[in-house]
Design a protein around this ligand. Structure first.
Ligand code: OGA
Ligand code: MN
Length: 279
């Protein structure tokens, strides 16, 4: 049977029409993986996965990332929340997720994909937005693409987090600063042959470029890539399942009251290829 799906916007996001049993059967793994990298984000309504089901589904799609959370029995499970009682480590950095970002830009091989389900929702706000960085690249004029193809960008934790907390303490800034930096090509030539912009709030500066020029270029590209025509906004409902391709999209969470207790359960799939420059 073919995998049924409908497009949510022209360039980004598809909704799968499939039930829980079919998702867990493994029958659609290849279809889901290939649609995921075409559409950037996939959603399924009314699935109501348990943690075990979500983990098994994640495992069927790729290489499950372990060890992100220390809690016993929570193999690979990350609780995404502002609530320090639930996940003190994550709560410390989660405010940074309100700016457009890719996860794991500090790693040589950034995570491939992430699988989310909601457990507590906020009555207002808290939508998650996804921007398609393949489409944003493909729409640039050819002469500009050729120039961008040669550039490299330094990603840092302080670049990512300072804009979200400009009144941080010196100690907070020093902590962010203590994390390793990572240089990646600005344009990722994926194994699939497609190219995408590697943009994120973590993008600090372009290697070897004058700081003013570098700043304006990164800001201009971010404004370009975050235009509504590349963005899908997900309005969460209990029972949802959402998967995003972290290699070719950016994401951000829209503001919501922290006291809502909003909580998503997340499993992450390890990357399968490093960020490779255009050859
Ligand atoms: C994340 C993230 C956004 C959200 O889990 O990496 O950015 O909507 N989450 O919670
Ligand atoms: Mn994130």
């Amino acid at each position: 049977m073919a995998l049924a799906s409908v497009e949510l916007t022209e360039r980004t996001g598809s909704e799968l029409r499939v039930d829980k049993a079919a998702l867990l059967s493994g029958e659609f793994v290849q279809d889901i993986r290939s649609l995921l990298v075409q559409r950037g984000v996939l959603i399924v309504r009314d699935i109501h996965f348990t943690d075990e089901e979500q983990r098994a589904f994640a495992r069927s799609l790729g290489d499950l990332r372990l060890g992100t959370v220390k809690q016993e029995g929570d193999e690979g499970l990350l609780k995404v929340t502002f609530d320090e009682k639930v996940n003190p480590e994550y709560a410390k950095f989660f405010f940074g997720s309100q700016l457009w970002h890719m996860d794991g830009t500090y790693e040589e091989v950034p995570p491939f994909a992430t699988i989310l389900t909601p457990r507590v929702l906020s009555e207002t706000g808290g939508q998650t937005e996804f921007a398609n960085n393949y489409a944003a690249y493909e729409d640039l004029p050819e002469a500009e693409r050729t120039q961008l193809d040669r550039l490299k960008v330094i990603h840092t934790m302080q670049a990512a987090l300072f804009p979200g907390k400009p009144d941080c303490t010196v100690e907070e800034f020093a902590l962010w600063h203590s994390y390793p930096n990572r240089e990646h090509p600005l344009v990722w030539q994926h194994r699939s042959g497609r190219k995408s912009l590697v943009l994120s709030t973590s993008a600090s500066h372009i290697t070897g470029m004058h700081p003013a020029e570098s700043r304006y270029l990164l800001q201009r590209l971010m404004v370009h890539a975050a235009q509504p025509r590349y963005v899908y906004r997900h309005n969460w409902r209990m029972g949802d399942l959402l998967i995003w391709d972290n290699t070719g999209t950016m994401h951000r969470v829209l503001p919501f009251p922290p006291e809502s207790g909003r909580q998503l359960h997340r499993f992450t799939l390890n990357g399968e290829e490093g960020v490779t420059a255009v050859g």
